[in-house]
Ligand binder design. Structure first.
Ligand code: CP
Ligand code: NVA
Length: 311
């Protein structure tokens, strides 16, 4: 008889640093393999009878669709919970929720506010927990972004990514990835919206350079990327942010100083005319639609890895 009770401590994906460079190399290979199967309408169902619980405390389009469609395609099923329709919104302790939910499913994805919440959930979970975005990090997005870069341009090692905008969850995760995978980030954020080095963690000074002027950050970059001026949870600061971020709009002038074959990425949703001009996001250097699609392929590889190990 097979007993449905994991014995080993689960691997979680709470920050980009939770996997090694070797494991990322393997994941990118698996993502390509899984994507090719999907494109050829070939069934690939290694997660038959496995269940993913998705917990959303913030809104989502891409994260929900990519995890939900991805899990079904791999033969599994999905349970969708939100704060409003579960006891999570009625102050059931996070530890108790983790103990209960992780007895019934095989993997949990959480989108929430503080990183401490997801860390606490993972501590009491019997199954892998995946960060689907917190105030501090968005590792699944950077996983997909780097996979997209590799598809278009090959290895990201030694390349330069220009980050133009808020020192937010995306910026923090890019910095973690740069150190781990050996590329550089040129970071330009408005004054008062810098990244918090205590959140990102220890990293080598060589992987990050700070610029007051966003144009300078883009000079010679292989990839230019940005994100909304106001992330979810910070809506009360919207008006102040609109003023502070006015010069941090990725436009054609910024793209011109980057390498001629530089790519543009944005995790989406985007606000044309704010953090990016319509000409850039809808222009020839933009790969934002591949980037969004690749969330699904990369996360299928991630779930395969967390549930089945190295395949
Ligand atoms: N990029 C991203 O995470 O999008 P959603 O908020 O729509 O999930
Ligand atoms: N930084 C944004 C990303 C949205 C996918 C946010 O946290 O709202």
């Amino acid at each position: 008889m097979i007993i449905h009770a994991p014995t080993l401590p689960p691997r979680h994906y709470l920050q980009f640093t939770d996997l090694s460079a070797e494991e990322y190399a393997q994941l990118f290979k698996r993502a390509s393999f899984i994507k090719a199967k999907f494109k050829a309408y070939e069934k690939y169902q290694p997660l038959t009878d496995r269940t993913l619980a998705m917990i959303f405390e913030k809104a989502s389009t891409r994260t929900r669709v990519s995890f939900e469609a991805g899990m079904y395609q791999m033969g599994g099923s999905v349970v969708h919970l939100t704060t409003g329709d579960s006891q999570l919104g009625r102050a059931e302790p996070i530890e108790d929720s983790a103990r209960v939910i992780s007895r019934m499913v095989d993997v949990v994805m959480i989108r929430t506010y503080g990183q401490d919440k997801i860390e606490k959930f993972a501590e009491h979970s019997r199954v892998p927990v995946i960060n689907g975005l917190t105030n501090e990090f968005h590792p699944c997005q950077i996983l997909a972004d780097i996979f997209t870069y590799i598809e278009h341009r090959g290895s990201i090692q030694g390349k330069t990514v220009a980050w133009v905008g808020d020192g937010n969850n995306m910026a923090n995760t890019w910095l973690q990835a740069a150190d781990l995978l050996g590329f550089k980030v040129n970071l330009s954020t408005p004054s008062g919206y810098e990244v918090d080095p205590t959140v990102v963690g220890v990293r080598s000074a060589a992987s990050t350079q700070f610029f007051k002027d966003p144009m300078q950050a883009c000079e010679g970059a292989d990839l230019v990327t940005t994100d909304v001026w106001t992330s979810m949870g910070y809506e009360a600061e919207n008006e102040a942010r609109k003023k502070a971020f006015a010069d941090w709009c990725v436009d054609e002038d910024m793209m011109k100083v980057a390498k001629p074959d530089a790519l543009f990425m944005h995790c989406l949703p985007a606000h044309r005319g704010e953090e990016v001009s319509a000409e850039v996001i809808d222009g020839p250097q933009s790969v934002v639609w591949d980037e969004a699609e690749n969330r699904m392929h990369a996360q299928k590889a991630l779930m395969e890895f967390l549930l089945l190990g190295k395949v």
